[in-house]
Design a protein around this ligand. Structure first.
Ligand code: CMC
Length: 432
């Protein structure tokens, strides 16, 4: 028998349906609440709001579980690749040999940006943040594909999705080269996705970058671990924009902007900046932990805490292990890793962090791997964006494929002035 929730308001009793997900997650369906009662719900920051039903990713934050299309992240990290996982997220199943080959071919055929787009890079100042360039260029590229608009979106979805996944990597590498005053390096069709990105970033006209399989694998793992994370700030933004029937590139460009902030994807850059400043100040982390607990200090332990995880972020566990492995392999000793470990150890024993269930998140160790493989700090959040693209596309597709999809349009509780009159300018007093 299906469950219902009972709500009593103004002496009236209302029945609200209860929705149960495949992992037994429960929600009270309030979609008719206002029509029936005149009330809306209020949930600042959406901490208790399910904005949609989705079949892409499952998270159990209490237990530290993350699964893409039902498959545990640990299994994918060990056995899959970023591109295979991208296919899984977008199309809902692991690809056969043929499907994977076709998907890879589509990526390769669409890896070059329109040649005219190269001029757009000239318009940015040399110190422009690559996230600004990335968002602007993803949006600009939709101008080069008129077929992206409207209904054509659906019939040509496969090609647009492949184009976006492939070109975001080309745009990111070009943005980096431009910021360093270096000539752009074109992708090579013989290279696979992640190897090609490293080639475009680090090869020179006169000398090819030496691709080390361990480095390629480490970056591929980072992409894979970032590939989706259900209704986070940027994915919700992508869905919000997509719900107005804006095109895939416009929706993804908005996602990049949402991801940029230091409380979201920008945390990976903020973590390294924090570790570096701790290191420069001669602190071993203890002084910083005291500051991070003090609300007046304006400091937080970056890379710690999560809206959903009240346990160790499973991605952080995988990244921490990979971090030790790659640093050993490359024979690098990074003092920032020692500080990070000390911070983690101290925080996990400290009542402040224990009571608030604050654990390391995906961003805590990822920057140390990226540093080790030569990715410059300003590109860290861009790497996150490249990785998150399949998740955004999968969420966009859910909206596209849903015949009942409606524009996202939350309501509010107005707390401003009540009815007021217009005062002519010469009668206004300077009270503010
Ligand atoms: N350092 C110190 N205190 C913290 C931290 C932190 N990193 N995170 C949360 N708190 C405290 C916060 O001050 C509050 O304390 P109190 O209850 O005394 O007021 C309590 O913990 C709850 O925090 P909140 O800000 O209400 O939690 P939230 O769910 O709104 O925010 C978060 C989640 C991830 C934005 C936050 O934990 C944070 O700012 N972390 C640092 C930034 C970071 O690492 N972001 C990456 C998130 S994972 C990847 C991604 O999503 O992109």
């Amino acid at each position: 028998m299906s469950k219902i929730a009972i709500l009593e308001l103004d002496g009236q009793r209302y029945e609200l349906p209860v929705v149960v997900g495949t992992e037994n997650e429960r929600a009270v369906d309030i979609s008719d609440l206002r029509a029936k009662t005149g009330y809306i719900t209020l949930d600042d920051g959406y901490g208790n709001t399910g904005s949609c039903s989705s079949a892409v990713t499952f998270i159990d934050g209490e237990q530290g579980i993350l699964r893409y299309r039902g498959i545990p992240i640990e299994e994918l990290a060990e056995k899959s690749t970023f591109i295979e996982t991208a296919y899984l997220l977008i199309y809902g199943h692991l690809p056969t040999h043929g499907e994977l080959r076709r998907f890879s071919d589509l990526l390769t055929q669409n890896e070059n940006i329109h040649e005219d787009m190269k001029h757009h890079f000239e318009g940015f100042p040399p110190n422009a943040h690559p996230m600004a360039i990335l968002s602007a260029m993803i949006n600009a590229s939709s101008c080069f594909y008129p077929g992206l608009m409207g209904a054509a979106n659906k019939s040509r979805f496969d090609i647009h999705a492949a184009r976006l996944i492939s070109q975001v990597r080309t745009i990111a590498a070009f943005a980096y080269r431009k910021s360093r005053g270096l000539p752009v390096i074109y992708p090579k069709p013989v290279y696979k996705y992640t190897a090609n990105f490293l080639h475009m970033m680090f090869s020179d006209v006169y000398q090819e970058y030496e691709l080390k399989p361990e480095v390629v694998r480490a970056l591929d793992l980072i992409f894979l671990l970032h590939a989706d994370h259900e209704q986070n700030c940027s994915t919700s933004t992508v869905r919000m924009v997509a719900s107005s029937q804006a095109n895939l590139f416009a929706s993804a460009a908005a996602g990049v902007c949402a991801l940029w902030g230091p409380l979201h994807g920008g945390a990976n850059q903020a973590v390294i900046e924090m570790l570096q400043s701790i290191h420069n100040s001669g602190d071993d982390g203890s002084r910083f932990i005291t500051q991070a607990k003090d609300k007046n200090s304006g400091k937080r332990l970056m890379g710690f805490g999560h809206r959903v995880y009240k346990n160790y972020d499973p991605r952080a566990k995988i990244i921490k292990k990979a971090c030790d492995a790659i640093l050993n392999l490359l024979n690098i000793s990074d003092p920032l890793l020692d500080i990070a470990k000390k911070l983690e150890e101290t925080a996990l024993r400290d009542p402040y962090f224990i009571e608030r269930k604050l654990y390391p998140n995906v961003d805590f160790y990822s920057g140390i791997i990226m540093r080790a493989i030569g990715i410059p700090i300003e590109m860290f959040t861009v790497i996150f964006a490249i990785g998150r693209m399949p998740g955004w596309i999968a969420n966009f597709k859910e909206i596209l494929d849903d015949p009942k999809s409606r524009i996202y349009r939350p309501r509010q509780i107005y707390v401003g002035p009540t009815l007021n009159s217009y005062i002519p300018i010469d009668q206004r007093s300077a009270t503010r």
